[in-house]
Every structure is written in structure tokens, then in C-alpha cells.
Write a protein that binds this ligand. Structure first.
Ligand code: AMP
Length: 269
């Protein structure tokens, strides 16, 4: 595995005429990341992973500071997976000035995480722009755990970059809680609690798939979660294609953001 600490060096050394798969991450790797890497390895000649805790997508300084960082462990995992290239850039390598650190999103898109984490996706789009302007990958692998992120990145890069997005399914712990780097910040008891929330929502999702009228019981679902002493940031059902509230049996998706202690988790079913 070749490790690059500078994106310009990577641009010079990597042959982007080859079929390259790009997997951007913030590190603290888990089975979710590993599944994206495996998908890239299956589809592409070479796989490039980046580890970059992007400051501009954190709307709280303390959250950025506390974000789990496990670089040595991550490098071992990536070597074992036989990843071809790893990019670990510094903040100053990616952003030459403050102006580059945000890309505006439309008012209509300021829903769910975009509403409750102001500036978050603006930072995500900014880093994607910096990456793709130097990394001419054929494919970029993104996880459906961050479903709204895929929607906004797709919308942003269309007509700007040639890279095609490959959405990958959410990988879960024992079929319930989605793997997340933030799970490293939770105790065993917290993980159990978070898993039970995933199970409750999944059950609601399956029932609604069978009988769409069940959707009217969304407030019961909210109350059930709240009764477990969980603070919900949002729990909404939206159209999975265009994020509108026009939903039917085949296009609905449940989105949740909630807190376990002060750790914010998101999921969708
Ligand atoms: P992150 O390191 O959290 O920025 O995530 C890097 C990539 O991994 C993003 O495309 C995420 O959507 C994806 N990802 C994170 N968790 C999971 C998961 N449990 N299953 C599948 N993909 C995931």
C-alpha cells in the first residue's frame, strides 16, 4: 500500500486512466468502511482510501476534537485488505483558504441533518470538491447509512465531475445497530440501548411495508423511543428518491437522529 500525505503527490503518482475506486472516510474504521472497500476492490483495478477528519463538516468544535482517531490501527486494517493507495492529508493540504471550506446548499435541502447540523453538508460538499478536483476516480463508494449525504453529493457532482457514485448498503451489528465510528465513544450498555432503538424502528418499517396504514402510528413510535429516555433530534418519514413528504408504500424511508448521552447517532430504514 502506498501512503500519500499530500494530495498533489497522489495526483502526480497515481494513474487515473486505470479504473480507480475511491473510498473517502474519516477513519476509525469499522465493518461499514470495510464493506465499501471490498465493493471497490471487486469493481475496480485499484482502490484508493482517504482518511481525513474534515474540520469544516463539524458544527461543534468539541465534536471535532473528540471524534475517534485510530490511525495506526486503520493502516494495519487497510494493509491487510490490500488497499492500493491511502491518502492521509493535513487540513492545510486540502484547504488553501477559508473560502474553500464551505459549499452552499439550497434552502429546500435544509432538512433532516442539514437542518439540525447547520454547515455540516456545506463542509462535506467542500471536501468532496477538493478531493474530486485532484482525484479523478471512476467510482466513489458511499454508504447508505448516510443516505442524505449520498443524495446531496450526487446532486452536487453531477455535471461537474466524471466520478460515478456507487451507494453501498448499511452494515449492521447483529442485524440492528449500524456500524459507526461514533460507536467507539459508547459503552457496552449504550450500544445495547442504541441497538434496541434500531430494532424498534426496523420493526415499524417492516410493519409499514406490509400495511402502509401503519405510517399513521409514527407518533406512537416516537413515544416508544422517548419512553426509553432517548432524546430524538428528528424522526421523519420521507420519499427516498427526492426527500419530499409525498410518500407511498414503495418509496418511503424512515430517518432518525438521536442522542445516547451526548453522542449523536443517525440511521435510516
Ligand atoms: P465516515 O468515516 O463516517 O465519514 O464514513 C465514510 C463512509 O463510510 C461514508 O460513505 C459512510 O456512509 C460509510 N459508512 C459509515 N458507516 C457505514 C455502515 N454502517 N455501513 C455502510 N457504510 C457506512
Amino acid at each position: 500500500m502506498i501512503i500519500f500525505k499530500s494530495i498533489n503527490k497522489l495526483k502526480k503518482k497515481v494513474n487515473f486512466k486505470a479504473n480507480i475506486g475511491f473510498v473517502p472516510t474519516m477513519g476509525a474504521l469499522h465493518k461499514g468502511h470495510i464493506s465499501l472497500i471490498k465493493s471497490s476492490k471487486l469493481k475496480c483495478q485499484k482502490t484508493l482510501v482517504s482518511i481525513f477528519v474534515n474540520p469544516s463538516q463539524f458544527n461543534k468544535k468539541n465534536d471535532y476534537k473528540k471524534y475517534p482517531r485510530k490511525l495506526n490501527r486503520d493502516i494495519k486494517i487497510l494493509k491487510k485488505l490490500r488497499v492500493d493507495y491511502l491518502l492521509i492529508p493535513k487540513v492545510s493540504d486540502i484547504y488553501k483558504n477559508k473560502k474553500n471550506m464551505k459549499i452552499k446548499i439550497s434552502k429546500n435541502d435544509k432538512i433532516l441533518c442539514a437542518k439540525y447540523r447547520p454547515g455540516h453538508f456545506e463542509g462535506v460538499l467542500a471536501v468532496i470538491k477538493q478531493f474530486l478536483s485532484k482525484i479523478n476516480a471512476k467510482y466513489m463508494f458511499l454508504g447508505e447509512k448516510d443516505y442524505q449525504q449520498i443524495y446531496l453529493i450526487k446532486k452536487f457532482i453531477i455535471n461537474k465531475f466524471n466520478t460515478k457514485i456507487i451507494p453501498c448498503k448499511t452494515i449492521r451489528l447483529k442485524n440492528s445497530l449500524a456500524y459507526s465510528s461514533r460507536n467507539f465513544l459508547l459503552s457496552k450498555i449504550d450500544i445495547k440501548k442504541a441497538s434496541s432503538i434500531s430494532k424498534i424502528i426496523k420493526r415499524f418499517y417492516l410493519l409499514t411495508q406490509k400495511n402502509f396504514k401503519n405510517i399513521d402510528r409514527i407518533n406512537d413510535l416516537k413515544n416508544k423511543i422517548k419512553s426509553q429516555n432517548i432524546k430524538i433530534e428528528y424522526l421523519e418519514i420521507r420519499n427516498k428518491i427526492n426527500f419530499s413528504k409525498k410518500i407511498n408504500k414503495s418509496n418511503f424511508k424512515i430517518f432518525i437522529s438521536f442522542y445516547i448521552k451526548n453522542i449523536r447517532l443517525i440511521d435510516n430504514f
